[in-house]
Write a protein that binds this ligand. Structure first.
Ligand SMILES: Nc1ncnc2c1ncn2[C@@H]1O[C@H](COP(=O)(O)OP(=O)(O)OP(=O)(O)O)[C@@H](O)[C@H]1O
Ligand SMILES: Nc1ncnc2c1ncn2[C@@H]1O[C@H](COP(=O)(O)OP(=O)(O)OP(=O)(O)O)[C@@H](O)[C@H]1O
Ligand SMILES: [Mg+2]
Ligand SMILES: [Mg+2]
Lengths: 249, 249
């Protein structure tokens, strides 16, 4: 099953979710590939991989097989297809290509059988790279920060998803919306969660990710929070999300 | 003077800085135009302007004069050139245009004389829209969230700025790097501030923006924090930044 973690709003926890959900699923004995398609390459560095010699730019721009770029991580069962700055070139090069929305989907076809779960960490945009992820994925996970601006952008994201379902990828489904950076002391968190549950009901994950500084510290050590501090509220929450993802699909 | 507020990392406080710096400068008797060039249109809605009939998409894609789309806000001296979803079309339409990097700069030329300060709120990317902002601006303000991933992206941003200075906009200067969402209780905040001051010295603003929930609440009321809660630590900090910006330039 291929999951894209998407939301064009910046800084809502896409990378934090991709890395920590991936690690939690690996600890549940799944074989997981994390594909970093953001040229910021945060998911790669959050797992200790910096300046990878081969990246998703080689796959998307030069047709290299994904299997050639995959590297292992310190977590057994978790592998990464790293990103790099060159991927930024895709915004200029891809639009002129035939079947430009299917480049990632074709690349994923040859590794799909080697992993139980593939996770795509997307950049903060609805550009062609993100559309490639919507076309290449089976399921979507939408992190929603418990803040006003993050709520505002949801309707536009869902319109884009509906458009992709109608034409390019009819089988695409939203697994759920994951509330992130929840701070029980603030009114705004409760308001946003209330709105999401009202409009989207069951589509909102039961598990909620709390604001937890250990989640922000872990990437500077190059490891997921489940390794950095397994007892932290952030690590516990992502383990719950992993179980809920397996139940939902 | 035209300021672009830029950082390709998502969610670091670009919009919060644009809106609240703009409002604080207006309260210091400056005539300020806030130009929203992010198709998320958060700066527009953060000032109470939703679904504007004419937006920056009409200016950038159809050549309409900016003066035609400017609307007032509840803050005397603060005006907005709102954004809209259509601006997302620029990523596909602009690349094929002649002098595509100068579209915004030309549009700003006809209003430059009517305002003391113009602020450009940029999207989370280094795409052609952001390059237009780097070419159209005189000065840059770079919000840097006090977190690991935000630190990582700085060198790439500075490379892009240097490239623009070398060819498209030699007069461009960085006014400063503004540390945002600082939480004195966390080690990571202190580490990031230490790194930025070590590498960039005086370029880092003396004023630091604390993490303050009033900053996150204000947009849901359609007003800057200086109106929503003038005594809050967020409002006080942005007033300090406004004064420091005027001193620096
Ligand atoms: N639950 C949390 N508690 C505390 N900090 C968090 C949490 N989730 C994410 N963070 C921190 O917040 C910042 C933004 O998160 P992250 O980078 O994962 O978001 P993103 O959506 O991937 O951003 P971008 O849009 O730039 O890709 C990071 O510095 C991260 O470490
Ligand atoms: N100092 C602060 N304290 C608390 N919350 C803040 C602060 N600054 C910004 N926020 C909140 O954090 C979130 C991200 O900030 P903002 O939207 O301004 O960042 P941005 O860089 O403009 O994001 P994008 O990359 O999507 O354009 C918003 O919900 C905002 O209200
Ligand atoms: Mg990310
Ligand atoms: Mg913004």
């Amino acid at each position: 099953m291929i999951y894209a973690v998407v939301n064009q709003k910046g800084g809502v926890g896409k990378t934090t979710t991709s890395v920590n959900l991936g690690a939690s699923l690996a600890l549940l004995d799944k074989r997981v590939l994390l594909v970093d398609i953001d040229s910021q390459a945060n998911a790669s560095s959050g797992l200790g991989i910096v300046q990878a010699p081969l990246t998703m730019a080689d796959v998307i721009l030069d047709g290299r097989p994904i299997a050639d770029i995959v590297v292992p991580t310190r977590i057994e069962g978790l592998f990464v297809a790293p990103s790099g700055q060159d991927l930024a070139g895709a915004a200029v090069e891809l639009p002129g290509r035939p079947e430009r929305e299917f480049v990632l989907r074709r690349a994923l076809e040859e590794v799909r059988g080697s992993y139980d779960i593939i996770i795509l960490d997307c950049p903060p945009s609805l550009d062609l790279i993100t559309v490639n992820a919507l076309v290449g994925a089976d399921r979507l996970i939408v992190p929603v920060q418990c803040e006003f601006y993050a709520l505002e952008g949801l309707s536009r994201l869902l319109e884009t998803i509906t458009a992709v379902q109608a034409s390019l990828n009819p089988g695409l489904r939203v697994t759920g919306m994951l509330m992130t950076m929840h701070d029980p002391r603030t009114r705004i968190s409760a308001e946003v969660i209330g709105e999401v549950r009202k409009h989207f009901g069951e589509l909102a994950f039961r598990a909620v990710i709390p604001r937890n500084v250990r989640l922000a510290e872990a990437p500077s050590h190059g490891e997921p929070v489940i390794r950095y501090d397994a007892a932290s509220s952030g690590a516990v929450a992502y383990s719950q999300v992993a179980r809920e993802v397996l139940q939902r699909d």
